[in-house]
Design a protein around this ligand. Structure first.
Ligand code: AGP
Length: 611
């Protein structure tokens, strides 16, 4: 998720673009760049924040009334000056900024290489700008046609803006899957990923739809589809304030990120689940897959929510690939002198990629000769650089300190790894694997359904906002989810909460239960359902107040519970991805009702960079 801004008009484009990029930095902040048309296209870009770009251009000629700018959240190619946007084509005819993921960039790149194109960056975006140039020169067509033809060959998501050196009065914008907004001013136009860079200049905007292309000349806009059908621009007047837009109209980043999960999970398996849902491709593991398949033991390490994702990963990998898995708190693993064998595979899980405990554990494992892989959300951060290989979650920037969409993206990657290993080790049949892949691909729409229960969950939160303790219970795949639900409540509402294996309750925690103890039981229909029924009876026998997460149409446990929240049915191995969402919302609403700062809870940091 990057931020893009463009301007064409009478004013100096550079200050407009720089201010706009600063507004979009919540979307990505690892490198930035601008291209300005002033007797040719001048490109300035560098690693770091927009303020670093300002520093970088202090001595440069930044004049020009046509320009494009980009703040990056790396997906392909780590953050550095070369991978930063804008990218220019080999002959310099086109310069482009892009937000999204080109899934078939590998195929397109190889075709262009055969036609004499060389690539300077690792990005998917450079492939697109060269494809546009190739069509422009080969086809002798207009810049607009070259852009549309190139986009018709692209698989994936894009929001983009393009300059052509042969036309000082032309700005082209296009989108599919990633957002793009046109700002309509007085004889000037703006393009941006959302309205935040635009509203200080005009409230008249056009929200582009998928496959729309905007051809903007000075004072003139035409809108059409990639396949050349003319469109009537629908200008809307917006009166949203900046902060509201950054949060996408949500009150907090945490709520926005909870609602982003259908998209972030889709982006995490974008280009990795084959279109026929038969295969899984994890390019980042390609070179190490044989060693992973032969691993005698896998050790998952992480902290906090990432550790909980690891626990779900243990259940998935042991269940589907039959490889022994251990899950370690990175901080404990680091100092307890663990036994690590050279044929062990250690997988470090981290949203930020900068957690000191996890980094230290990685270095220890490497020093013992283990293959060390990473699952991380920040391209180019320390953990991906320290590990031998890995898989990026594509959840986009996670601003709320309480991790939500990164958790479900991590579990999505672990599920893909477990299915891939199970297929390679033939511990699951191809039929079972494709059933699991299609179940996984159904998760986004099922989460959409759960999000419709937000108001109901808010009502339940109202009942419990003054509680002082909470117990979360789950069995099997739901035990790690119980731990995660408890952590979410603890870290943002400051209520003491514990997650427990449901069966473990009667070995102690049951002593805590009385009519003041809320007990969240995650009890969707699966192989341990009947056992959970008796656990709920044990809680009710002590007058505990039960909030149950149940499957749609459940009557037994919902009949015994004080409150129940239904989630759609899904294969047992994927149910953790659904059941955690109501728990995220419950914690969010309770914290809000207690007046807590849900995005920046006390005593916590988004990335813990000290041991
Ligand atoms: C989770 O909501 C917390 N922010 C925290 O527990 C976090 O998961 C932990 O610090 C690990 O961070 P990482 O995933 O960035 O390594």
């Amino acid at each position: 998720m990057c931020g893009i801004v463009a301007y064409i008009g009478k004013k100096d484009a550079f200050p407009i673009i720089i201010n706009g990029l600063k507004r979009l930095e919540y979307r990505g902040y690892d490198s930035a760049g601008v291209a300005l048309y002033n007797s040719g296209v001048n490109v300035y870009k560098c690693k770091g924040k927009v303020s670093d770009l300002e520093e970088h251009t202090l001595q440069s000629d930044t004049s020009g009334t046509l320009g494009i700018g980009h703040t990056r959240w790396a997906t392909h190619g780590e953050p550095n000056d070369i991978n930063a946007h804008p990218h220019s084509s080999q002959g310099g005819y086109f310069t482009l900024i892009h937000n999204g993921i080109i899934e078939n960039y590998g195929v397109l790149r190889r075709r262009l290489e055969k036609r004499g194109y060389n690539f300077v960056s690792e990005t998917d975006t450079e492939v697109l700008v060269n494809l546009i140039e190739y069509i422009y020169l080969k086809g002798q067509v207009s810049p607009e046609i070259a852009v549309r033809l190139a986009l018709s060959k692209v698989v994936g998501a894009f929001g983009l803006a393009v300059l052509c050196k042969d036309d000082p009065d032309l700005l082209i914008g296009a989108r599919r899957g990633s957002p793009l907004v046109i700002g309509v001013g007085n004889k000037e136009y703006f393009l941006a990923s959302d309205a935040t860079p635009i509203v200080e200049h005009t409230n008249s905007v056009i929200f582009m739809n998928d496959d729309d292309v905007a051809i903007i000349r000075r004072g003139e806009l035409s809108l059409k589809t990639i396949s050349n059908h003319p469109l009537e621009p629908k200008i809307q007047t917006i009166d949203l304030d900046i902060e509201e837009i950054e949060k996408g109209g949500f009150d907090h980043f945490m709520l926005k990120e909870i609602y982003e999960q259908p998209r972030s999970i889709k982006d995490t398996f974008r280009g990795r689940l084959s279109s026929d849902l038969q295969e899984i491709h994890l390019g980042g593991l390609y070179n190490v897959l044989p060693r992973l398949v032969e691993a005698k033991r896998i050790i998952l390490i992480g902290c906090g929510t990432s550790w909980h994702a690891g626990l779900l990963g243990e259940y998935l990998i042991e269940d589907l690939a039959r490889i022994p898995v251990e899950v370690e708190y990175a901080s404990e693993f680091r100092y307890r002198n663990p036994v690590i064998y050279p044929d062990d595979v250690v997988i470090a899980i981290s949203q930020s990629g900068e957690t000191a405990d996890t980094l230290a554990a990685i270095k220890l494992a490497k020093s013992q000769g283990a293959l060390v892989l990473g699952i991380c959300n920040v391209v180019g951060s320390s953990i991906p650089r320290e590990t031998h290989a890995g898989v990026y979650t594509h959840a986009g920037p996670e601003i709320g300190v309480a991790s939500t969409k990164a958790f479900t993206a991590q579990v999505t990657v672990l599920a893909m790894m477990a299915i891939l290993l199970g297929k390679r080790k033939k511990t699951i049949t191809n039929e079972h694997a494709s059933q699991l892949i299609s179940e996984l691909s159904s998760v986004p729409e099922k989460i959409e359904k759960i999000l419709l229960l937000n108001e109901k969950i808010e009502g339940i939160a109202e009942r419990f906002k003054d509680s002082t303790n909470f117990l979360y219970l789950g069995r099997g795949y739901f035990f790690p989810v119980a731990l995660e639900g408890a952590l979410k409540l603890k870290e943002i509402s400051y209520i003491h909460a514990e997650g427990y294996p449901a069966a473990e309750m009667k070995h102690g925690p049951i002593a805590l239960i009385d009519d003041k103890m809320p007990v969240v039981v995650i009890a969707a229909k699966d192989s341990s359902y009947d056992k959970v029924v008796s656990n709920v009876q044990e809680v009710k026998a002590r007058k505990g107040v039960v909030i149950a997460i149940v499957s749609e149409g459940d009557t037994t446990i919902s009949g015994m519970s004080d409150y129940s929240i239904e989630i759609p049915g899904i294969h047992e191995a994927m149910e953790g991805l659904l059941a955690v969402v109501p728990l995220q919302l419950l914690a969010y609403h309770i914290a809000l009702m207690r007046g807590c700062n849900v995005d920046q809870p006390r005593n916590l940091a988004k990335s813990v960079t000290v041991e």
